[in-house]
Structures are given as C-alpha cells and as structure tokens.
Ligand binder design. Structure first.
Ligand code: ADP
Ligand code: MG
Length: 304
C-alpha cells in the first residue's frame, strides 16, 4: 500500500472541508481524485503531502506516518500544488538546480537534474526565465520539480487545468510515462482526464467520498438506471410528441431531426421508439444507444 488515508477530517474554523475520509492507493496505481470545486481535493492532497495537518485521523505513505517535519515522508513524495507556484524571475535550469540542492544533502546520488530536464522535454527551454514560458511549459517545470528526487509517490493537483488541448495531451502523456514506475494520485474536475489516464477513480463531494472504484467498474454503481438513445427521423416532429413514448424522462433536439431521448429503467426503449415512428409515419434513419460515460456517473453521484 502506498497511501493509506484513515478517517481524516479537516476543519477550517467551523467549516468542515473533509468528513471522515478513508481510502487507500496501491503501489503502482494511477488514481483519479475527482470532485466539483470546493469538494476538498486540494485540502486532502495538502494533508497527504504533510503541508497542513488533519484535524483528526491519519495518513500513512509507504508505511510512514505523515507528520509535520517528517523528512523521510517528504523524500517519498513529489507534489505539484494547484496553480503551480513558481519563481517567474528564475531561469528553468537555475530553479531546478535550486530544488535539487534542497534534496541533495538528504538524498546523495539520487538527484539527476539533467535526466529530469530531458524527461519533461525542457531541454530547449532550460535557459529561459520561468515567467517567459507558456503555461504548458510552466506545468512541465512543475512536474520536473515534483520528480526531481525520484519519489515513489506523485501527488498532482489539477495538473492540466488551464492548458490548451495540445498541452493537455502532452502533460497527460508525461504523467502516464512517469506513472509507469510510480504511484500517482491526481486531482481533476475533468472526467476525461480520469478516462484517459487512471486505473481507479475516487469521487469526493462536500468533503465526503461518494465513490471509490476501479475505472472499469464505476459504471455499475450508478444508482438510477438510465438509457440514452440517439435517434434520427426523416421528418420534423414536435418535442412533445416524443413524450408519448413510455418511460421517457427527457428529450433533447440535437439538430433538425436528430434527438437524444433519455429514459428511466432497464427495459430497452428502442422497440417503443420504432413503434412511435410507425404510428407517426416516420422513417428511422439511425438509432444508437449511447453509453453512460464517467461524466454522467459524476453528475449523478454529486448531483452536480
Ligand atoms: P477543491 O480543491 O476540491 O476545490 P479545497 O480543498 O480547496 O477544494 O476546499 C475545500 C473547502 O475548504 C472549500 O469550501 C474551501 O472554501 C475551504 N477552504 C480551503 N482552504 C481553506 C483555507 N485555507 N481556509 C479556509 N477555508 C478553506
Ligand atoms: Mg483544489
């Protein structure tokens, strides 16, 4: 077990940010920690990395209890904080050299700045000021500082937030690459991120863990069975006429004659859609069942 969180609660004054949170992350896993803004993700990550204390409960990383000033724990963890605070006036290589020097005396022989610069694709930028880099490259610098002491556990808080689509793909690939040899916990409010890189997903809402499942099993925990059917007819119809199909809860018009029909329950509504078409003298041009995606699971679990 790489990370064990046991009954952690956190109060900021009277406000409860985490409510008796427990979960584990196995060695080598890439876990997505997902929840809406204010759910408690960053708070949980700051507690795991030892930056702030829990109000109660405990965290164990690689067998070591996380406590203030526990240097042994800090050696095990690489942390990319949310909004990635960096020194804009420092040069990339200078900054990473500075981070390395902090660890060097504690981890002799383990710091390989050149390798990390290579791995994170920073070689062409290493003599530029951090402040002059694009957001994507600044995130690479953040990842490089998290990786520089070759930690066993990586904690990444919203690593791809604010990046453009190309940068997102690049950073995800970097995380996947780094994750081959490490245990990774990454927070995000984007479901695609979890679908793209994670093995497991932990969903948090208002300081409470609402789901903790392998990615492949997460779909089976949806409480309310639902079906989404996309159907295209050959002619115009009114929205209200579709309400006549049994079990339909909502309908949405995508474009001209293309509709998405949402139905409650497990009974396949496709035959009813065909009957509806026949009765109304319509031809069905296409009919497709859409899978529930993680976004949907998330929405249901967090009522978001
Ligand atoms: P997330 O990262 O999921 O968006 P946070 O952990 O940042 O959530 O915040 C959880 C809750 O705790 C929010 O309601 C937030 O306003 C509150 N909070 C976070 N940090 C502090 C702080 N330093 N002081 C007071 N309240 C805070
Ligand atoms: Mg946060």
């Amino acid at each position: 077990m790489s990370i064990a969180v046991q009954g952690v609660s956190k109060y900021y004054g009277d406000q409860k940010a985490l409510d008796n949170v427990s979960f584990e992350v196995k060695t080598g896993e890439i876990v997505g920690f997902i929840g809406p803004n204010g759910a408690g993700k960053s708070t949980m990550m700051k507690i795991i990395t030892g930056f702030i204390p829990a109000s109660s409960g405990k965290v164990i990383v690689n067998g070591l209890p996380v406590e203030a000033d526990n240097l042994e724990v800090k050696k095990q963890i690489g942390y990319l904080p949310e909004n990635n605070p960096l020194y804009p006036e420092m040069y990339v290589r200078e900054y990473l050299g500075f981070v390395a020097s902090v660890y060097k005396s504690h981890l002799p022989g383990k710091i390989q700045t050149d390798n990390i610069i290579e791995l994170t694709g920073l070689a062409p930028e290493q003599n530029k000021k951090i402040g002059s880099l694009s957001k994507g490259f600044r995130q690479r610098v953040g990842l490089a500082q998290a990786l520089i002491h070759n930690p066993a556990v990586l904690i990444l808080d919203e690593a791809t937030t604010g990046l453009d689509p190309n940068q997102i793909v690049e950073i995800r690939n970097l995380i996947k690459e780094a994750g081959k040899e490490k245990t990774v916990m990454l927070s995000t409010h984007v479901m695609q991120e979890v679908e793209a890189i994670c093995d497991r997903v932990i969903i948090i809402d208002k300081g409470i863990i609402v789901a903790n499942e392998e990615k492949s099993k997460i779909y089976s925990i949806i409480k309310r069975p639902r079906q989404l059917i996309e159907v295209e007819f050959d002619k115009d119809i009114t929205e209200s006429s579709l309400d006549g199909i049994p079990n339909v809860s909502t309908v949405r018009n995508i474009r001209s004659n293309l509709w998405v029909i949402e139905a409650e329950g497990n009974e396949d509504i496709r035959p009813s859609i065909f009957n509806f078409a026949v009765k109304n003298n319509l031809t069905v041009l296409s009919l497709q069942k859409k899978e529930n995606n993680l976004e949907e699971v998330f929405r249901q679990l967090t009522n978001g």
